[in-house]
Design a protein around this ligand. Structure first.
Ligand code: SF4
Length: 575
């Protein structure tokens, strides 16, 4: 099916289908969302106003059988950071949109009245329908209600109550193959969808297939690519323990931010580790290994059941477990799972919200370690939109201001995730310089600094950190455009057959003749496009800094501060 751009104007409630302009043909995923946002959104606009646009795009390989290629990118100007933003996620939507020929969906404008809307995407295009039944519902209820209204096969992209309230930590949830949820978590994109009063996007299944120019070459390349993924030892560890395999590793490295970033090690790390989680899942008849979308061969996701062996949460990630666990000193995995479930249902980013809880604990809202108290506040305040709930639901910086706390771990207003930059300098460079605020996925130097993938760079030294972060940020921008899950990077860095096979698949899909250098150049051009948007929005090098306390407070066990000079950080953009 020929690819198209679907455009929805919420101001006058009209839709159109447009041919893909030549300049966008070679783009997908983050490359496309960031390009469209940079071309069509005024950088200084209010993120929740009529000039912002929400752009949804499957990756270049989404909808094909390429392993791990089902990521969906969503972009806009972020209400949390004020920068350009892309957040991607698994689930069924990317593959379904790609099969419908939807290269990108652009939602623009704001409706005039108080009504809410659902968008229905099918082979005939997009239709806008007024929505009443789903309004106010949590994400799990939305998925169940649409399941009854249509059938279990429809794709769903939705916001929870947090998105409806336009909270800056609101995420966008995507239905996975088991009708559970995956999240485009970071940067408050759910608030942008809420500002447009779109509660939900429903995607009709189709029998259409994505066109492949050279099927034989594609199949052969996918075989080599899949082998590289399944043979990789880190892929295998992810398949056994999930991303939560990292709790013990990062604790051992002294980089597990604990008690609102006051230590690098957590006494309760064993209780919340991937190993404990794995045994608990097996004991309770959950699934230790699970796909967030069809075709994933790594399967880092899982299904975590409660003590009664009933579903509690899935996609139970290291960063969420760290944030609610070590950072808030909660050593009870069931309390963390309950909080994860609640955050999925309310539709808030589990990193932002949990780091906000850690800051609130320091501000005296709750005792550190009070997992039940966190769940109570999520249920009674954040879900219901009380003034306290709205402060927490707008993120860590919002809580820091409201409670007068100065130890607020954010860059460009976005919460720093699960790796302390004082103990792993490379990831600090990524947090500081990323075009999207603090985000480990933008340039995951942990791979090299801690896991020894793609070489080795001492995490505590200054040497080579800027170059490492830059190379990984470039590679990540390119990977995020293909629709590939970022966890292919471990095999791509360590197996010489992996990256050429990925390039071969892109060439076979489009009849192109790209080289690995072309893919690198794509990553560079995406970063520069994003940086230019941020500069036009008013950001300068002075925003590429970590918070003051990292420079002043040494962290145990290494007793180190953040000591990369500002001039070194500023060299990041010399390319
Ligand atoms: S490895 Fe994990 S995040 Fe990546 S596609 Fe598979 S289940 Fe999803």
């Amino acid at each position: 099916m020929a690819e198209k751009i679907y455009r929805v104007n919420m101001t006058n409630l009209t839709t159109s289908t447009e041919p893909v302009p030549d300049k966008w043909l070679g783009l997908g995923g983050r490359g496309l969302t960031s390009t469209i946002v940079a071309e069509e959104v005024e950088p200084t606009c209010h993120p929740l106003g009529g000039k912002n646009k929400l752009v949804v795009a499957p990756g270049l390989l989404s909808g094909t059988v390429a392993a791990n290629s089902g990521r969906l990118s969503i972009g806009a100007k972020s209400p949390l950071t004020g920068t350009i933003k892309e957040a991607n996620s698994g689930g069924t939507a990317a593959q379904m949109l790609a099969k419908l020929g939807c290269k990108a969906l652009i939602i623009e404008g704001l409706p005039k009245g108080d009504a809410w809307y659902t968008l229905l995407i099918s082979e005939d295009g997009v239709t806008i329908q007024e929505e009443q039944e789903l309004v106010g519902k949590g994400n799990f209820d939305v998925v169940a209600t649409i399941g009854k209204r249509t059938d279990e096969k429809h794709g769903i992209i939705t916001i929870g109550p947090a998105g409806e309230m336009k909270l800056s930590a609101a995420n966008i949830s995507i239905k996975d193959p088991d009708s559970h949820l995956r999240s485009s978590g970071r940067g408050g994109l759910g608030a942008v969808m809420g500002s447009k009063r779109v509660k939900c996007i429903i995607i009709e299944p189709t029998d259409a297939k994505v066109e492949i120019v050279d099927q034989e070459k594609f199949t052969e390349a996918n075989r080599a690519f899949t082998k590289a993924l399944v043979d990789n030892p880190i892929s295998q560890a992810l398949g056994t323990y999930g991303t939560n395999v990292l709790v013990n590793i990062i604790n051992e490295a002294g980089a597990l931010p604990t008690r609102n970033f006051t230590s690098g090690q957590f006494d309760g790390h064993e209780e919340i580790s991937g190993e404990t989680m794995h045994d608990t899942i097996v004991e309770r008849a959950g699934k230790p290994k699970h796909n967030c979308h069809k075709g994933c061969v790594i399967q880092c996701s899982q299904i975590y059941n409660d003590k009664e062996k009933k579903y509690k949460t899935s996609g139970f990630e290291y960063e969420s477990i760290w944030a609610m666990g070590a950072d808030c000193c909660v050593d009870n995995l069931d309390h963390i799972a309950e909080a994860d479930h609640l955050m999925d249902d309310i539709g808030v980013d589990s990193i932002e919200t949990s780091v906000a809880m850690g800051v609130a604990m320091e501000g005296g809202l709750l005792e550190f370690g009070d997992g039940e108290g966190i769940c109570r506040i999520l249920r009674e305040d954040v879900a219901k939109g009380t003034p306290l709930g709205r402060i927490i639901g707008c993120g860590a910086a919002s809580v820091g201001r409201a409670f007068g706390v100065t130890r607020v771990p954010v860059v460009k207003n976005q919460a720093i995730p699960a790796y302390d930059p004082r103990a792993v300098k490379g990831i600090g460079i990524t947090y500081a310089t990323s075009t999207q605020g603090a985000d480990h996925t933008m340039g995951y130097t942990i791979a090299t600094n801690i896991l020894g993938v793609g070489g080795s760079v001492d995490p505590l030294s200054h040497e080579g950190q800027v170059e490492l972060s830059r190379n990984l940020q470039i590679a990540t921008a390119a990977i995020d455009s293909t629709g590939m899950c970022l966890f292919i990077a471990f095999a791509a860095l360590d197996d010489e057959k992996c990256l050429p096979a990925l390039v071969d698949m892109i060439n076979a899909r489009f009849g192109a003749d790209l080289t690995a250098d072309d893919v690198t150049n794509l990553g560079i051009s995406i970063l520069k496009t994003e940086r230019a948007f941020n500069e036009a929005a008013g950001f300068t090098n002075k925003d590429d800094r970590l918070p003051e306390f990292f420079y002043e407070e040494p962290i145990a066990p290494h007793n180190v501060v953040w000591d990369i000079p500002d001039e070194e950080l500023d060299k990041f953009w010399d390319f």
